[in-house]
Design a protein around this ligand. Structure first.
Ligand code: PLP
Length: 395
């Protein structure tokens, strides 16, 4: 028997249940029943980190200085490599001493940024659907969440004109993410210009998550917030090595942008963690310095899977425009089904895991997210099972 006086802090009560936990239960049950799962649910890349990255980590491991506490703010050479990478990709100059901060994965920084900037009751604007850390961070901080409901009619873009004057005046931060997880939407440069103007006018901190910076197809080049004049004064941008370099388990990312905003996050983190294991920073630096051909191969891999799956889904009744970026498809549920029912139905009948769109907030209802994290053979098997189970899209 447990005692009755152990009570969790209120801040945990503010958090909606993790849909992924329920999904995990169902996955475990399906596996017990002997179903061969095709898990397209998580945003977890299916390959190894590039060999030069692994080699750099191994070499670093044999050096004694690797094994001590790393510097709080990241190693000077990793920060310099981030600066060089940014200059190369976006022609933006960054000061490695104060406009760059390595993170233990970008999720860590996205959540801690809210703790560094949000007081209880402060309004935080977060699109819905969104990557869960974007709204869970502000909720943990006690912020008042104001969801901006996105829609297919507006190409899943934030319509700033729909945010009321009162809310805009009260808002302290706005989180956004293009190319977007889960909707796969991309935003034109004009959108970034518009949001910088808006944020300047209403004095709102811009928090852009550019974790799919390189998973872009058909020659599309995503925009960095910091390319927009003035953005570096009022915004930060988060990046990760998890997706592009298959390094999700290594836990490494970084934030760039306003020195002022980053300083708050650094102060908080200095009190919480000791930064990233030096061997991982050395490896991450190697990743950022890989020749462009590596990125090209990654892009081709995902683009091939995207086209293969879109083609197969078309035969099952889904008409979809190929997304310009990310490692997902954002697929409408058959008419009359909500996202949880559809995802659970697919799992039970076929052993294929999709993520219900409502895991990303109410604005994701009516959709499922399919991750392109299996090779075309497995995707073909998935399509076959869907067909055999009679799962299709009817208007
Ligand atoms: C995958 C993902 C991240 C990456 O998180 P890490 O903690 O760096 O692994 C961040 N934001 C979005 C939108 C993602 O999809």
């Amino acid at each position: 028997m447990s005692v009755n006086w152990i009570r969790r802090a209120d801040r945990l009560k503010a958090l909606p249940p993790y849909v992924f936990a329920r999904l995990d239960e169902l996955k475990a049950r399906a596996t017990e029943q002997g179903l061969d799962l095709i898990d397209l649910g998580m945003g977890n890349p299916d390959g190894c980190a590039p060999q030069p990255v692994i080699n750099a980590a191994i070499t670093s491991l044999s050096e004694p200085q690797t094994h001590g506490y790393p510097p709080f703010e990241g190693t000077a050479s990793f920060r310099q490599s981030i600066t060089d990478w940014y200059q190369k990709c976006y022609s933006v100059d960054l000061d490695p001493s104060c406009e760059v901060l390595p993170l233990i994965g970008s999720k860590e920084g996205l959540v801690h940024l809210a703790l560094a900037y949000v007081n209880p009751g402060d309004v935080v604007l977060v699109p819905s659907p969104a990557y869960p850390a974007h709204f869970r961070g502000p909720l943990i901080a006690g912020g008042e969440l104001y969801p901006i409901i996105l829609s297919v009619q507006q190409d899943w873009l934030i319509d700033l004109t729909k945010i009321s004057e009162t809310i805009a005046q009260r808002a302290k931060l706005i989180y956004f993410n293009y190319p977007n997880n889960p909707t796969t939407a991309t935003a034109p440069r004009e959108f970034f210009e518009e949001i910088v103007n808006w944020a300047n006018h209403y004095e709102v901190i811009l928090v852009h998550d550019l974790c799919y910076a390189e998973l872009a197809f058909d020659g599309y080049q995503p925009t960095s917030l910091l390319e927009i004049p003035g953005a570096k004064k009022i915004g930060v941008e988060f990046h990760t090595l998890s997706k592009t370099y298959n390094m999700a388990g290594w836990r490494v990312g970084f934030v760039v942008g306003s020195a002022d905003i980053i300083q708050g996050l650094r102060t908080l983190k200095t009190n919480l963690d000791y930064g990233i294991f030096s061997a991982i920073q050395t490896a991450a630096q190697t990743a950022l310095q890989l020749p462009d051909i590596y990125i090209k191969q990654v892009q081709e891999r995902y683009q091939k899977r995207r086209d293969f799956l879109i083609n197969g889904l078309r035969k099952l009744g889904w008409e979809m425009t190929p997304s310009k970026a990310t490692m997902y498809l954002w697929v409408p549920c058959p008419l009359g089904m909500n996202s949880t029912d559809f995802a659970f139905d697919v799992l039970q009948k076929t052993g294929i895991v999709f993520t219900p769109g409502n895991a990303f907030g109410e604005g994701g209802e009516g959709y499922v997210r399919i991750s392109l994290i299996a090779n075309c053979d497995r995707l073909e098997e998935a399509l076959l099972r869907l067909q055999q189970a009679g799962i299709c899209y009817q208007q």
